[in-house]
Design a protein. Structure first.
Length: 687
């Protein structure tokens, strides 16, 4: 087809419909899927909603159904073959697949205009554009206004009239335009949910469940060096109108959206966020949806963050509260731009949630600049000591292109060593589709303050801490020894790292496995461990080790070696041998309490000390004295039963990950008469 437009001839570019040249616009935001559940493509939905409302001539454009999930390249190209312009939202999880689609589109449709935006488009884009010549235009920062202006210009390529874009001209010269200020009146951006952008997607029969991304505000006042959030939004927080937000929540509920991920960098930073949480709970009661609302807590507003999470927890909309620490080291906090965030906030939130019985989990990042092995191990100890007995998620540090840490200057200053590592979903299926494209992240595997050997030691320490304390394999004796004898959690964890293979062959085998895995990760091999036998998925290394010990029938040997290893620790601390029975009772109780398949009957265990009382008191931040007597504990096994190991792997080890639900319920059944206070005298606590 050849159409004459004024003095310009345009070949194969659009169709003439009722006297108007219609251009077809493709939008691509490829997200990961979860057992048939898919995220609605919110980012590109915003682009479409804004353009349809603000464009000077919106009738010139037809928007194709957006691409929202991973599919074979040829399938995606087929869906975009009629497009005159395709805009891609790029992030670390879709970068390589998107580039392959772009290359394939350009091979078969030379005239198609390719525009990319999103967090993975480098702000300094020249190298990126030269390495990917199929990309015509790179957009930086907020995309709604730029995309709309681009459509106004289209099919002209007068890109010098646009702000916040980069391109290579026909002669190969690089051009870049400074971005415009952010949109302050963000309610000028129509909601893609409320304007019908996703109506056709909702009608699809090949999607089992839709998930939603949601903004209630936009912006971040913090500038963490590892994050591209604050740098992308330039600090100030703009807010969407409450009327719009209530209408969007109603839309989610009425369309049976079960899971909502709130994209706000700091939910709770505004007073009204409590009201938003309450409205979500009201909708759950009214409609049954949403089933979960995941929010990222604000950094310093302790009381408001607590109230919001309490509302969501009481309303059944969260399964756990994330308390993101990243590090407890003040020097490291300064290096990563988080020194304006109070650690006291996290400790107070931990105390409150623990008291209320609300499940929490914390984040620590391995390999932050300035962190040493000692500070990392001490930080772990500090978090556990402050009440985090449910889960610390130890993440490997990865570099994002537009973060401060992404700059070569920053990396050289802190001696950051990177390695490309394939992105894997924790507990994700190992067998990827033949057509799929691997995505990669850049992991930091050594720093000036944590050289390679120290990084491996820290990685081994984190897996050991997870296995013993957070997978609950040794949590009861750890808590009791800490509470009664004051032995630090770091020392208890390290007692299982530094072992003699001749004396403790099983403990040594565990550490050898962890050490080998740390070296593999450092070489760019998978972050997680694949087990073809156990669900054929990627397991965190500590969870795989728990599975291996249990399924090989090695738990009794493990506890035997663990008892002897910790007796050595008590001896070093000059604890009187008459109190070694405290350790023995705690280990025996932990061994019986670990969930395993095939156990159908409740079990009664008698202890010589009030082990359960001390353990449960510590979990609720209520330290109790040691008592001696006859203490009866009922282990409730009837309530949970797993017929085989595969079911146990899925429902206990996998599904119980964040809850740390690896122990049966323990009930103290001792009568008052059976208990007598045992006064721990200094003469008995030391040999």
């Amino acid at each position: 087809m050849s159409l004459l437009l004024g003095t310009k001839t345009i070949k194969n570019f659009g169709v003439l419909l009722m006297g108007t040249l219609k251009y077809k616009i493709g939008l691509v935001q490829i997200n990961n899927s979860f057992s048939g559940a898919h995220y609605l493509p919110y980012t590109v939905g915003l682009l479409q909603a804004y353009a349809q409302y603000h464009n000077s001539n919106p009738d010139r454009f037809d928007f194709l159904m957006p691409i929202f999930r991973r599919e074979p390249v040829e399938n995606i190209v087929e869906q975009l073959k009629e497009a005159n312009l395709v805009a891609f939202s790029l992030y670390v999880w879709n970068f390589q697949l998107s580039l392959q689609v772009i290359r394939a589109l350009k091979r078969t449709h030379h005239d198609i205009l390719i525009v990319v935006g999103g967090p993975h488009v480098p702000n300094e884009a020249e190298t990126f554009l030269r390495e990917n010549p199929q990309v015509d235009l790179a957009v930086h920062g907020e995309g709604e206004q730029v995309f709309n202006q681009l459509l106004d210009l289209f099919p002209s390529k007068e890109w010098s009239r646009l702000a916040g874009v980069s391109w290579l001209d026909a002669l190969g010269a690089f051009h870049t335009q400074a971005p415009t200020p952010r949109i302050r009146e963000i309610d000028t951006i129509p909601s893609p949910y409320l304007t019908g952008v996703f109506n056709l997607l909702l009608a699809r029969k090949d999607v089992r469940e839709w998930l939603a991304l949601w903004e209630t505000n936009r912006g971040c006042p913090f500038s963490c060096s590892f994050c591209d959030w604050g740098s992308a939004t330039s600090a100030k927080v703009a807010r969407f109108d409450m009327t719009r937000l209530r209408a969007e929540m109603d839309w989610f509920s009425q369309n049976r959206i079960g899971f909502i991920f709130c994209c706000d960098a700091n939910f709770g930073i505004l007073k009204r966020d409590v009201e938003i949480a309450r409205y979500a709970v009201e909708n759950r009661k009214r409609y049954g949806f949403p089933e979960a609302l995941s929010v990222q807590n604000t950094k310093n507003a302790t009381s408001r963050a607590y109230e919001i999470q309490h509302v969501l927890s009481q309303g059944g909309l969260n399964k756990g509260v994330t308390l993101s620490m990243q590090t407890t080291n003040p020097l490291v906090l300064a290096n990563i731009g988080r020194d304006n965030i109070s650690l006291d906030t996290y400790k107070e939130l931990q105390r409150r949630f623990t008291k209320d019985g609300v499940v929490t989990y914390s984040d620590l990042i391995l390999g932050l600049p300035g962190e040493t092995y000692d500070s990392f191990a001490n930080g772990t100890d500090e978090l556990i000591q402050s009440g985090q007995h449910n889960r610390i998620q130890f993440g490997n540090l990865s570099v994002l292109p537009n973060s401060e840490m992404g700059s070569l200057t920053y990396q050289q200053r802190h001696g950051l060593e990177r390695v490309a590592s394939k992105i894997l979903n924790i507990h994700g299926a190992h067998a990827s589709q033949d057509w799929d494209v691997d995505e990669f992240q850049e992991l930091i595997v050594a720093t000036a303050s944590m050289p390679k050997e120290a990084w491996r030691q820290a990685r081994v320490f984190s897996w050991t801490a997870s296995l013993l304390h957070f997978d609950k394999l040794m949590q009861i004796p750890f808590v009791v020894l800490n509470q009664i004898f004051g032995i630090s959690y770091r020392e208890l964890i390290e007692a299982f790292i530094h072992v003699d293979g001749a004396e403790f062959p099983l403990l040594h085998a565990i550490q050898t496995f962890f050490c080998d895995r740390a070296e593999q990760v450092q070489r760019g091999e998978p972050e997680y461990y694949h087990s073809a036998e156990w669900l054929d998925i990627w397991w965190p290394d500590d969870e795989y080790m728990l599975i291996r010990l249990a399924t090989r029938g090695e738990l009794e040997l493990f506890y035997s070696e663990a008892k002897e290893r910790l007796r050595r620790v008590l001896t070093i601390h000059q604890i009187h041998e008459s109190l070694f029975d405290v350790l023995d009772d705690a280990i025996s109780l932990n061994c019986h309490a670990i969930k395993r398949p095939g156990l159908q009957e409740d079990l009664t265990v008698t202890s010589r000390f009030n082990i359960v009382e001390i353990y449960q008191g510590a979990l609720s931040n209520q330290p109790l004295p040691l008592k001696q007597g006859s203490f009866i504990t009922l282990i409730r096994r009837k309530q949970h039963y797993w017929q085989d190991w595969l079911t146990w792997c899925r429902e206990v080890v996998w599904f119980g990950n964040k809850k740390g639900a690896y122990l049966y319920v323990l009930e103290d059944k001792s009568s008052i008469d059976e208990k007598s206070v045992f006064e721990l005298q200094p003469s008995l606590s030391r040999t």
